[in-house]
Design a protein around this ligand. Structure first.
Ligand SMILES: *Cc1c(COP(=O)(O)O)cnc(C)c1O
Length: 397
């Protein structure tokens, strides 16, 4: 059994805060703080450019990728880290489309994160070959998979509602129709068990600043199924995805395997911080995380439905049909959340009317969930959210 009291002790958690937003930005692992200082002072400061060899900076994208691979059911050597999720999605989608040159449809759903849809649309437009981004309701995806589809591009967990797609079944449907399956694990990695190899996914991408606690803007990851590793065509073919970057050859030739999806110089400090953040997962069983997260979210829903009649559940009620977050609707969601944050309970809002809460057993316990809902109930019952200061909009929600 995973010892969640022990994992909690690995984080810096500001006193007086109940943190229900680890689905958006994970808190600071103590080891990451120490690593950042050491990398900056001892590696960059003392080793200077020698650090590339002495400190093995160049190997960080694959070494950290292997640590993430373990958490998402991928074999070693199939995951690379670097860049942002939006960029990794662009690369994966471009490579996936190139594997189905005779097809013109990319299928996604309306619950997908806007960046994924924007990136896909701009990529398809730039190809200039008449590709179509077909966006259907999440519930309609299975029926929309047919033999016109080149790629299914789906995010497993809906960022607003937490609704969970059946990765195994949809991947099988995609393959049966001759399509490539690309999964976005932004709200899955570190939140619930993912079995990329078992589900037979072709490509996957994800970010590391949410449930993997890699810090704001932490590097993203990309999974390339070993069966495509020598055929997938890298788009954004930068020098560090070349098979011999320091030969400085005139023509591009892809590196073997997933390393071809590297682009440019790796973010050494950010990858080092992420590497240290991943220490938290040593000895953690993802099945335990899932069971505990379901316990927390079920308790949250039960408390909300008992104490907060002003709120409507917008997440699936069945815990097996959602990820590790719960959202509830309120017409004044923004102001309610500001009032809640002012009382030390941190979640976030998604326009127009969702209050969103993430459940992260690595550092969150049931007593805090109960206390958080008590504060939420008080904010709603007293109407304290309706003070002018809670209506002032910040740039980032
Ligand atoms: C968080 C998230 C993103 C953010 O992409 P960045 O490039 O890291 O800003 C993209 N897609 C999904 C599905 C997300 O949840």
């Amino acid at each position: 059994m995973t010892d969640f009291a022990a994992t909690r002790a690995l984080f810096h958690l500001p006193p007086g805060v109940i943190y229900l937003d680890g689905n958006s930005l994970g808190p600071l692992p103590r080891a990451a703080e120490a690593r950042a200082a050491a990398v900056i002072r001892e590696q960059w400061g003392e080793r200077l450019i020698r650090g590339w060899n002495d400190c093995e900076w160049m190997a960080l994208p694959t070494r950290v990728g292997d640590r993430i691979a373990r958490l998402v059911g991928a074999p070693a050597g199939s995951v690379i880290t670097g860049d942002t999720l939006s960029i990794k999605l662009f690369q994966a989608l471009a490579a996936a489309i190139a594997l189905r040159p005779d097809r013109r449809v990319v299928l996604s759903d309306s619950g997908n994160f806007p960046s994924d849809l924007y990136i896909a649309q701009s990529l398809l437009d730039s190809l200039g070959q008449g590709h179509e981004l077909r966006v259907v309701a999440p519930e309609a995806v299975a029926d929309a998979i047919d033999d016109s589809v080149a790629v299914t591009m789906l995010t497993e967990v809906d960022y607003r509602t937490g609704r969970l797609h059946d990765m195994r079944a949809l991947t099988a449907s995609a393959h049966a129709a001759g399509a490539i399956a690309l999964w976005d694990l932004a709200h899955s990695a570190g939140a619930l068990p993912v079995d990329l190899a078992g589900a037979d996914a072709d490509f996957a991408v994800g970010c590391t600043y949410k449930y993997l606690n890699g810090g704001p803007g932490a590097p993203a990851f990309l999974y390339l199924a070993p069966r495509h590793a020598e055929t997938a065509r890298p788009i954004l073919s930068g020098w560090l995805g070349h098979r011999a970057p320091f030969a400085f050859e005139r023509d591009y030739a892809p590196a073997p395997g997933v390393e071809r999806m590297r682009v440019g110089t790796p973010p050494v400090i950010a990858l080092s911080v992420l590497d240290a953040a991943l220490d938290v997962w040593d000895g953690v069983d993802m099945a335990d995380v899932r069971a505990a997260s379901i316990g927390l979210s079920q308790r949250f829903i039960a408390e909300v439905e008992t104490r907060c009649p002003q709120l409507t559940l917008t997440s699936p009620r069945d815990p097996h049909a959602r990820g590790s977050q719960v959202s509830v609707a309120h017409p004044q969601a923004y102001a309610v959340m500001q009032a809640l944050i002012a009382r030390g309970v941190i979640g976030d809002v998604r326009a127009p009317d969702l209050l969103r809460f993430g459940f992260t057993p690595l550092y969150l316990c049931e007593e805090e969930v109960v206390r958080a809902v008590a504060i939420l109930a008080d904010v709603l019952a007293t109407g304290s959210w309706d003070r002018p200061e809670h209506h002032a909009r910040a740039a980032v929600t």
